[in-house]
Design a protein around this ligand. Structure first.
Ligand code: HEC
Length: 216
């Protein structure tokens, strides 16, 4: 093995200029100044855009490191997480409000804002047909479930009593709870509907069950 500093075969013997340039015979700028076993290397600078990109990444890395470690320019993962959680909490609250989790389950609220209001009764009737008629009859006359048109109640006859029965159901007695499938507003509308059919005495009405509760 011989190693020389000079190219051994540059293939330039022909004197052809193009060839000389190609093999590095004419200009040092084209070739690196070394040769191993006659193997030479073109001096091929990286393209400008590539070098630019490299330095840009280096600069960005420094900026990023300093920014995230020493200054508050860049959010850490924990910051981002905390921000997102806060956002989520706000969305939850907004949703809860829209869903009426802040619904006031009081005698007065249901009585003064739902009972007797045509639009609430109509909405309640719709919900009733969808969820309740199969057990309490189309007109509330009672089937599997008790008659809802009389003034007798097993679980209390106040607006709030009825609202609570609708919310929780009656465990083990065949009355499902509706907390998950209706909003509080819809349950208040159902109360309004039940109030509206009180005393209608529909055909085939089931006998009253429970205690008589006088409407105040
Ligand atoms: C699967 C059948 C079924 C469905 C559906 C059903 N109920 Fe009932 N409901 C019952 C039964 C059975 C009872 C009696 C529970 C008991 O014996 O304590 C009852 C009781 C009630 C009571 C209490 C009555 C009282 O005397 O205190 C109300 C009010 C009522 N249901 C309203 C509704 C409304 C409104 C819906 C629709 C959202 C509904 N129910 C859907 C079966 C049902």
């Amino acid at each position: 093995m011989s190693r020389t500093d000079e190219p051994q075969d540059q293939g330039t013997s022909s004197g052809n200029d193009e060839k000389s340039v190609l093999y590095g015979g004419t200009s040092d700028e084209l070739m690196q100044g070394h040769s191993y076993d006659g193997i030479q290397e073109y001096d091929n600078p990286m393209p400008g855009w590539w070098v630019w990109l490299l330095w840009a990444s280096v600069a960005f890395a420094i900026f990023y490191f300093v920014g995230i470690t020493y200054f508050d320019w860049i959010n850490t993962y924990e910051d981002d997480l905390a921000e997102s959680l806060e956002e989520l909490e706000m969305m939850r609250q907004a949703h809860a409000e829209a869903e009426g989790e802040s619904f006031e389950v009081t005698e007065v609220n249901i009585e003064e804002n739902y009972v007797g209001f045509e639009e609430h009764i109509a909405a309640g009737r719709e919900t009733y047909q969808r969820f309740c008629a199969s057990c309490h009859g189309d007109q509330g006359e009672g089937l599997i479930g008790p008659n809802l048109t009389d003034q007798h109640f097993m679980h209390g006859g106040s607006n709030v009593d009825i609202f609570q029965v609708l919310t929780d159901g009656v465990a083990g007695q065949g009355m499902p709870g509706w907390e998950n499938s209706t909003t509080p507003e819809e349950r208040a509308q159902l109360v309004a509907f039940i109030r509206s059919i009180e005393g209608t005495d529909p055909p085939d009405a089931k006998d009253p069950e429970g205690e008589f509760v006088e409407r105040s």
